[in-house]
Ligand binder design. Structure first.
Ligand SMILES: [Zn+2]
Length: 478
């Protein structure tokens, strides 16, 4: 199974660059094949995971994927395997990459005023993917013989995340000229709006959220003068465009769709992360005291998290008890894995490993797909010498999330404590490979080989080594 995991990665990457440029066939062809699109997206994701910009928070990313897949189900390509992820950047932006990879800046998550607004942005990005707008743009650039596919992927990633990074990345691939052309055209935007709106409606969100969000962005932009949010730069917005959406929406009744608790907890987490622990404690205490606006469950969640961050364990446990009692009173919040994860962290801080282990055993049974819980539980298992139980849990998660580098890191630690040296280095190699650190991965595989093992194990290491060398050779070419 591990072998299959790496094969998945290796198949995507080297094929993309194996002889410099992939064979696009007819030079006039303007679209890429689905496999080529996926390869470009995968390559860009490796860069993103390795960069500081990647917001490595499984709860935020799992939430985005839940919301995203709700929308994707109603799209033209429900089985494309979309992946949504957060970028740690306070500028307002969201961007799509070929193959179904969609990034959302923390700045955008903090700016939207409802879950429907966030869904509207995601729908628009999903439409860019299903209409292959970016793929066409890239294919067009390819035909001009500018740069290799891999270099383009990096440039596109940079251009769509941060203008500062763009400068460096694009210069490095000597393709400064493509920057302007990486923004969507007006026709692309209108098509993405139209299809996005349709997705939003089919998925039972408030369609009025789309024009509302765009108008708010536009107003903010006027105040900011030349300082337009990245979102408006990569998705040019015009008065026509807003009028067009408003026209479509006008005839539809206004439906107020309540925000999910997860949406509110994710935002609470982000708000808290912008503040020091002391400031966050004051902020959430004030919000709870004034009882004016906002969701008191989310506010108390923020308070508990901040108290924990400030090492006020006793008070955190007290507030957590209140939070759990409140959460129990409503079906919307009764079984929430994020509250469960926070409870686990408080239990761990109380420093009673037996109690914590018992808590997690039940929690992962109730929420077997919540990665943050699995991370925390397996970490605790490893600390308490239970490597075998950790390995078992991690294997199941890796099947579901083959590109999750945290899972491989934990797996390497679990194997290390069991004295399984070959497996340890092999797991570490996968973690590095998915971050695009191919030389470090190679080194780990060499160590795995030196450690020795069964004939079967050694042959998987050998075949991983061969494929990795192939990737490195391919990457070495201009
Ligand atoms: Zn757009």
């Amino acid at each position: 199974m591990r072998k299959l995991t790496l094969a998945l990665l290796l198949c995507f990457s080297p094929c993309a660059v194996s002889d410099g440029l992939p064979d696009l066939g007819d030079a006039s062809q303007i679209v890429l094949t689905p496999l080529q699109e996926r390869q470009i997206g995968q390559q860009s994701m490796m860069e993103i995971r390795a960069s500081k910009q990647f917001l490595d928070d499984a709860e935020i990313n799992d939430y985005l994927n839940q919301l995203g897949s709700k929308l994707v189900e109603n799209s033209a390509e429900p089985s494309l395997g979309f992946e949504f992820f957060a970028i740690n950047d306070l500028t307002i932006n969201a961007f799509a990459m070929p193959g179904g990879f969609i990034g959302v800046n923390s700045g955008l998550l903090l700016t939207v005023q409802s879950e429907s607004e966030l869904a509207a942005v995601l729908s628009h990005e999903i439409a860019h993917v299903t209409q292959h707008h970016l793929a066409r743009m890239i294919a067009g650039q390819q035909n001009e013989g500018l740069v290799s596919m891999a270099a383009l992927a990096v440039a596109i990633l940079a251009a769509r995340t941060s203008p500062q990074a763009t400068e460096a990345a694009i210069a490095s691939v000597q393709a400064r000229a493509i920057q302007k052309q990486l923004d969507f055209t007006r026709a692309n935007e209108q098509e993405a709006d139209r299809i996005g709106l349709d997705l939003l409606q089919k998925s039972d969100f408030n369609i009025h959220a789309m024009p509302e969000f765009l108008e708010r962005l536009q107003k903010a932009t006027r105040l900011l003068d030349n300082n337009a949010p990245n979102y408006l730069r990569t998705h040019p917005i015009t008065t026509d465009r807003v009028a067009d959406i408003e026209n479509r929406v006008q005839k539809q009744p206004y439906r107020l769709i309540p925000d999910s608790l997860d949406f509110q907890l994710v935002r609470t987490k982000l708000i808290s992360s912008q503040k020091t622990a002391v400031d966050a404690i004051a902020y959430f205490s004030d919000a709870l005291d004034s009882q004016k606006h906002g969701n008191p469950i989310a506010q108390r969640y923020g308070l508990v998290e901040a108290l924990l961050r400030n090492n006020e364990v006793g008070r955190a446990a007290q507030e957590l008890a209140t939070l759990r009692k409140m959460a129990k009173s409503s079906p919307l919040s009764r079984n929430n894995p994020m509250i469960e994860t926070l409870s686990g962290l408080v239990k761990q801080a109380e420093n009673n490993p037996a109690m914590s282990l018992a808590f997690y055993r039940t929690a992962v049974q109730n929420f077997p797909q919540h990665r943050a819980l699995i991370y925390d539980y397996t970490d605790l298992l490893i600390q308490n010498g239970q490597g075998e139980a950790a390995v078992k849990l991690l294997a199941a998660q890796i099947t579901r999330h083959p590109s999750d580098t945290t899972l491989y890191d934990l797996q390497a630690r679990a194997y290390a404590m069991q004295g399984k040296v070959l497996e340890q280095h092999q797991a570490q190699a996968y973690s590095y490979a998915w971050q695009g650190k191919l030389y470090a991965a190679l080194e780990q595989l060499e160590l795995a080989k030196q450690a020795g093992g069964s004939f079967y194990q050694l042959s998987t290491v050998e075949s991983d080594l061969r494929e990795l060398r192939g990737m490195l050779d391919a990457r070495g070419k201009p």
